[in-house]
Design a protein around this ligand. Sequence first.
Ligand SMILES: Cc1ncc(COP(=O)(O)O)c(C=O)c1O
Length: 399
Amino acid sequence: MAELAALSKRRPEVDADWADLAAHWDIRPDTIYLNHGSFGPSPRVVRETRRRFIDALDCQPMDFYVRQFEPQLLEARRQLAEFLGTTQKNVVFAENATFAMNVVADSFPLKAGDEVLLNDHEYGAVLRIWERRCRRVGAQVKVAPLPERFESAEQVVEAITAGITRRTRLAIVSQITSPTAIILPVAEIAAACREREVAICVDGPHVPAQIDLHLDTLGVDFYCASLHKWLCAPLGTGFLYAHPRWQSIVQPQLLSWGRLLPALPEQWDEQFTWSGTRDSSLYLSVPAAIDFMTNTIGLGTFRSRCGWLANEAGARLLELTGERPLAPTTGGWYGTMCHVPLPPGDWSQLQNWLWEAHRIEVPIIHFNSRWFVRVSSHLYNTTAQIDLLVRALASRLAK
Ligand SMILES: Cc1ncc(COP(=O)(O)O)c(C=O)c1O
């Protein structure tokens, strides 16, 4: 505790204060990795934990699966649920947010004529999932445009509720948007949906660790997320939350025994315990990631340093481009990612160029006919790396 308190006093703007924490990662030395938001590398302690589970499994699979796996998975789920502000019976592990969203899409009761409401900041693959599901039953996907410039939570709620009709059954909303890195006011959107008797499914892979999440009070029906972004759990870990009122309709897409024989599943969550022989090290390592981010680093410390880095990257890039961000840079619209419009032009080759010429990994995103740079900051990133990105972009924009 004393150590956590001391960490929280470090100066977010001083790289030297953070070098020991950056050393928890083994990022390839030739790479400036500014894309934790797409695929977040795990710190060494999580990789070592996973390695121990892989070894235990590979050396005696029968003992591992039959005697150790189920109690350990339940304990991992208990710790995850506690971290997410809910109870174990409301969450199941899923490989990623995509997997969880597919389970909701295949389970949610929809009929011909119904509507599912998304908005124009949603992740493209999520749109595809719902388009396919709606096509199959004769339902329709509607896409509500969010404001061109974000000013207030009320304005976002209004933009979404304007898309609700008497046919709308479900709204899909990202809590942190993928193409634009904006934190949407999900609790307010959920309350507005509830008033209109529309269910809400949140797509939240950028949320765990980046901002607080308390599922029991958020007021949503479903929540889909990955844990391999900001929480730094192994790639291929995520979860699905279903509010108790929906649990009886949730079905696994991938049907297996559900539990390990001779036990058979009785509750919805037990259907997801055993889905065939697979690498169980991934989910079992999630508690190590929770422990690292909460007890070794401290979530407040992580957010303070990485929020500062993201904000600094944003300020310097905005100064360079002379553009305006979609949402105010203060007031809680952004967390540990910044998002800056590039000047008008075709920047489709820029991401490749940054890698080829400078070994910088950063996504250049096409959104609503404009190009943007989205910079992610985690504890292994530094102000010096942001300098390199700014200088590289300055040289390119000057051409
Ligand atoms: C908002 C959003 N939804 C869904 C996904 C898909 O996540 P995953 O590949 O972990 O399933 C992403 C990935 O970046 C995302 O940003």
